[in-house]
Design a protein around this ligand. Structure first.
Ligand code: ZN
Length: 253
């Protein structure tokens, strides 16, 4: 690969593997769903093999593909995930996004199956989705370029999209931010679901979210939570010790 070093690719592979394992360990991701990361050339990405376990995903389970889904590197005895177009088409359309998660969160997906009930920001860390979380109407897998582009059209300038009767997709600027956004996305969906059982939910207004966002140090928050989840993963043996140095955030909080 031209344009960036092998060590950058190796580091990115460890980040994608670790993020997948940590999301699985924390109960966000299950037996399916996937994480991708844009590589430094901007035109290629890492995505896992369709049948590799999320519980112990390793760098050798990852493929390098281009934005048209062509495999440039990876195990010839398997293939990338079926819904790679979710990742490739978001990365093609959105230069502000470098990492994508697709998963099947049970509570958030409920909001695609009930008339007149939208998933809206309830908790302050859901400010990330204050512009809205649209629902893509197609329930089939996003497994062609055409379906990927239609989904991206539904997503628009927002940072998340729900897939009807299927799951969710979020995009973030880095793997650490993606991990943290995934946790907050699930927290927020649960908060709305639980609040609706207590009474009439009072979502955050756009003004409240904007005010929170204006004063919020997003990078510091991502570093803090990434450090927390990484520590839990290391302690539980979910993350190999030899990955720790590559995954340690450089910034101080
Ligand atoms: Zn799916």
């Amino acid at each position: 690969m031209d344009g960036f070093s092998n060590s950058a690719v190796e580091r990115a592979k460890i980040e994608v593997s670790a993020c997948t394992r940590l999301l699985n360990h924390e109960g966000v991701l299950g037996y399916s769903g996937h994480v991708s990361q844009r590589l430094p050339d901007g035109e290629t990405l890492l995505i896992q093999a369709f049948d590799a376990s999320r519980n112990d995903l390793a760098p050798e389970d990852l493929y390098i593909i281009d934005l048209d889904g062509n495999v440039l590197d990876g195990d010839p005895n398997a293939r990338p995930v079926n819904e790679l177009e979710i990742h490739a088409e978001i990365l093609r359309a959105r230069s502000d996004i470098n990492a994508v998660l697709h998963w099947h969160p049970e509570i958030a997906t409920l909001f695609t199956m009930v008339e007149g009930v939208d998933l809206v920001p309830m908790k302050n860390h859901a400010y990330r989705w204050s512009s809205g979380i649209p629902t893509h109407p197609e329930s089939w897998h996003i497994d062609t370029q055409e379906r990927g582009r239609a989904m991206v059209e539904t997503m628009g300038e927002h940072n998340a999209v729900l897939l009807r009767a299927h799951g969710a997709v979020i995009g973030s600027e880095s793997i650490a931010a993606l991990m943290v956004d995934a946790v907050h996305f699930d927290e927020n969906a649960r908060a709305l679901y639980d609040a609706s059982r207590l009474g009439t939910p009072t979502p955050l207004s756009r003004e409240e979210s904007d005010e929170f966002a204006a004063n919020f140090k997003r990078t510091n928050h991502s570093v803090k939570l990434w450090r927390y989840y990484l520590s839990r993963g290391l302690e539980a043996g979910v993350i190999p010790e030899e990955w720790a140095e590559q995954l340690a955030p450089a910034e101080r909080v």
